[in-house]
Design a protein around this ligand. Structure first.
Ligand code: NDP
Ligand SMILES: O=C1OC[C@@H](O)[C@H](O)[C@H]1O
Length: 335
């Protein structure tokens, strides 16, 4: 049974710790937090024996078999590298990092280690994502010509500004799903061949991006439009347009629940098919199961749809390109 050490005591660490303890095969045994009151309250709530005041102390515990990084995104690389260097399999929250240099350093460390590293894009481990790929491969949509995606949530006042804003907090969801769709529909090399336009609005101090839109043309002719905002709303949409039919998510693709996830296919002749994927657990539960199975098999990378190391790097490559495009197009206007 994998015994987990959790880095962080905020909202997401609570969510992931609950999913870990809900699995009959996993248990949280250690937690790191820099605020002692929050550390004790987290440990008491999740029945955690070891309360650690440093990351180094947690990863050194022989009782910890696997580490979860629930720290702000700019700290993922440094914290995950400490865990990997200690030889501990590591699950680290999305976004992978907030810079390409950190992304390469982190994946470089994963390659040097002999253990699992997985980026926590939890929704990709839910069965609805494998089903989406089956639909794309079946040809029912025809040739895939377009993708549109939108994710907005009014979280700016709670989000850590050092996490670099909406592109890394929320934009990583539509970008990683676009990446999965393009990989399945157009092959492994298609995602890298692209031209990008990005626009947006900056936070008042200009340090990070609050609202962002992205247009991409891939070399194969596929067009994508994505939008992400953390300054308002609570909404999502995702659609894949083929030349025979369009697929639309009827439920949030990025927070697939216990119970029903629903996709609808509408052919241009007017036929409508609803695809319902029933699941006994939510995406966080599936993410825990994915880690458990990788550890049992001795796998260092999870299988698709969960992101491989190269997938995480490719997703980061577009996130950083999007960010650079928005800054380039926006800074002069807003300052
Ligand atoms: N998968 C999902 O659904 C979600 C994922 N996330 C991801 O989770 C991560 C955490 O996000 P969020 O909760 O907003 O982050 P927070 O800024 O709230 O920080 C999370 C934890 O990190 C600790 N922390 C912050 N700064 C430091 C530091 N310098 N050194 C050590 N510990 C530190 C905080 O401690 P303290 O309490 O003392 O400040 C807190 O325990 C992000 O990467 C985000 O993208 C977030 C929400 C949902
Ligand atoms: O990371 C996240 O994932 C799910 C969203 O609803 C949440 O606001 C965001 O922080």
């Amino acid at each position: 049974m994998p015994r987990w050490g959790v880095l962080g005591t905020s909202f997401i660490s609570h969510t992931v710790a609950s999913a870990i303890n809900a699995s009959p095969d996993s248990q949280v045994v250690a937690v790191f937090g820099r605020d002692v009151e929050r550390l004790v309250s987290f440990a008491d709530k999740h029945d955690v024996a070891h309360r650690c005041e440093s990351i180094e102390a947690l990863v050194a515990l022989p009782e910890v078999d696997v580490v979860y990084v629930g720290l702000p995104s700019h700290l993922h690389a440094s914290a995950a590298m400490v865990a990997l260097r200690a030889g501990k399999p590591t699950l680290s929250e999305k976004a992978l990092t907030t810079t390409m240099a950190d992304a390469h350093a982190l994946i470089g460390e994963a390659k040097k280690s002999s253990v699992l590293f997985l980026e926590g894009l939890m929704y990709l481990s839910h069965p609805v994502m494998a089903r989406l790929a089956d639909v794309l491969r079946s040809g029912v949509l025809g040739r895939v010509r377009g993708v549109s995606g939108y994710y907005a949530a009014n979280i700016w006042s709670k989000a850590n500004p050092l996490g670099m804003g909406t592109i890394y907090n929320l934009g990583c969801y539509p970008v990683s799903l676009l990446h999965w769709v393009v990989q399945v529909a157009a092959g492994p090399d298609a995602f890298g061949q692209r031209k990008v336009v990005g626009l947006g609005n900056l936070a008042d101090d200009g340090s990070h991006i609050r609202d962002a839109s992205l247009s991409v043309r891939f070399g194969c002719g596929l067009l994508a439009t994505l939008q992400s905002s953390d300054s308002f709303g609570n909404d999502s949409s995702f659609a894949v347009q083929g030349d025979k039919a369009v697929l639309r998510f009827r439920t949030n693709p990025w927070l697939p629940p216990t119970g029903k996830s629903i996709m609808q296919i509408r052919s241009y002749k007017g036929e409508v098919e609803e695809i319902v994927v029933e699941s006994p657990m939510d995406a966080f539960g599936w993410q825990v199961k994915t880690v458990e199975e990788c550890i049992k098999r001795g796998d260092r990378e999870a299988a698709r749809p969960s992101p491989t190391w190269n997938d995480s790097l490719e997703i980061m490559d577009l996130l950083t390109e999007w960010e650079a495009a928005v800054f380039a197009n926006t800074r002069n206007e807003q300052t």
